[in-house]
Ligand binder design. Structure first.
Ligand code: MG
Length: 342
């Protein structure tokens, strides 16, 4: 009888160096699930980061994983079949992403090759931005300066905006002056259409390259904003999986894909190709995750235009180092699978 794959999971607590304040809330860390899938004495790992504000709980993710454990089968290379089986069940995308990552790690280890190489890709993608949480303009400038001191190779900073206090432009100005780095901004749905039309043209002179999710996900003004914005507008909160890509094509210049949102590497690659067919730009982002979550995303970062894969760099301590921060880029490892240290 063929050997069935075995799945196990455990909770891991992640603590952020400083609270991540954004337009809709704040978090000072996260509890994630480290998923292990074993077969023939080899184990692959992936990470699930359920998002409370999306109604996702650790308990639901654990229940999904326990149920799936009995149906994984005995062929870790049947990646599309397992993916399709998981997708027949709605929701629990972070848990699906963890299984997908663990299977890619496992197959890479079985073949003794890094996942990016098996996929025909490269270990390097674009430089990652590092996120500055919402604070006063002076405090954000100070934090930006501190981050550049801590990570001298940093090439891009991303400012959380949408504070609703009329000082977002001051924040960008203060950080631009303090760091001199190219910037991206993310309002997390926090701007009105009037604010977006007013602010975006003024951000151009301050070195801003991309504006992420300026408007609420259902805003009727997004089509007009795409037409008039002098900066590329990328959507995040309104684009989760493959089926969301075509509907945003007239609302944005690009999409922010996250493995936690879409359910893993395989769906992310499908989304990237769909986006390209529609003339959209692609960036790859993350939630609060360890180096294990970032390592999974880094496998496909050579396919995208922009990276926001900073979560492990924001932690007090990374329990699963898996990527190297080199020249401002989160580089995937050359070890087999996702490239984590054994
Ligand atoms: Mg975002």
């Amino acid at each position: 009888m063929p050997e069935a794959m075995k799945l196990a999971h455990e909770r891991v607590e992640l603590k952020l160096r400083c609270p991540l304040v954004f337009s809709r809330g704040a978090q000072d860390g996260a509890v994630v699930l480290r998923v292990a899938i074993s077969w023939r004495g080899v184990t692959g790992y992936g990470e699930a980061a359920p998002q409370e504000d999306e109604g996702q709980t650790l308990e639901a993710a654990e229940a999904f994983l326990d149920e799936l454990a009995a149906q994984l089968g005995s062929d870790p290379f049947a990646l599309e079949e397992i993916d399709a089986r998981m997708r027949a069940h709605e929701g629990d995308l972070p848990a699906k992403a963890a299984v997908d990552a663990a299977l890619h790690d496992l197959t890479g280890k079985l073949l003794d090759q890094p996942t990016w190489r098996i996929l025909g890709l490269r270990a390097n993608g674009p430089p990652t931005s590092l996120t500055l949480p919402i604070d006063t303009p002076d405090a954000m400038a100070a934090r930006g300066r501190e981050d550049v001191g801590r990570l001298p190779e940093l090439a891009v900073l991303k400012l959380k905006l949408g504070a609703g206090d009329g000082h977002d432009l001051d924040r960008v100005q203060a950080v631009a002056e303090a760091t001199g780095l190219p910037l991206t901004v993310d309002a997390n749905e926090g701007w009105t259409a009037d604010e977006a039309f007013d602010l975006i043209p003024r951000l151009v002179q301050l070195g801003v390259r991309i504006v992420e999710q300026p408007l609420p996900r259902t805003s009727e003004d997004a089509v007009a904003l795409k037409r008039r914005s002098p900066l590329p507008v990328f959507v995040d909160e309104e684009c989760y999986t493959l089926q969301d890509v075509a509907p945003v094509a007239d609302r944005a210049h690009g999409i922010n894909i996250k493995l936690v949102k879409c359910g893993g590497i395989r769906e992310a690659v499908r989304m990237i190709h769909a986006a390209r067919a529609l003339g959209l730009g692609v960036m790859l982002g993350c939630m609060v995750e360890s180096g294990l979550g970032i390592a999974a995303a880094a496998q496909i970062s050579s396919l995208v235009d922009g990276a926001d894969l900073d979560a492990n760099l924001l932690l007090v301590e990374d329990p699963s180092p898996g990527v190297a921060f080199v020249g401002g880029v989160q580089v995937a490892g050359s070890r087999p699978g996702l490239g984590m240290a054994a």
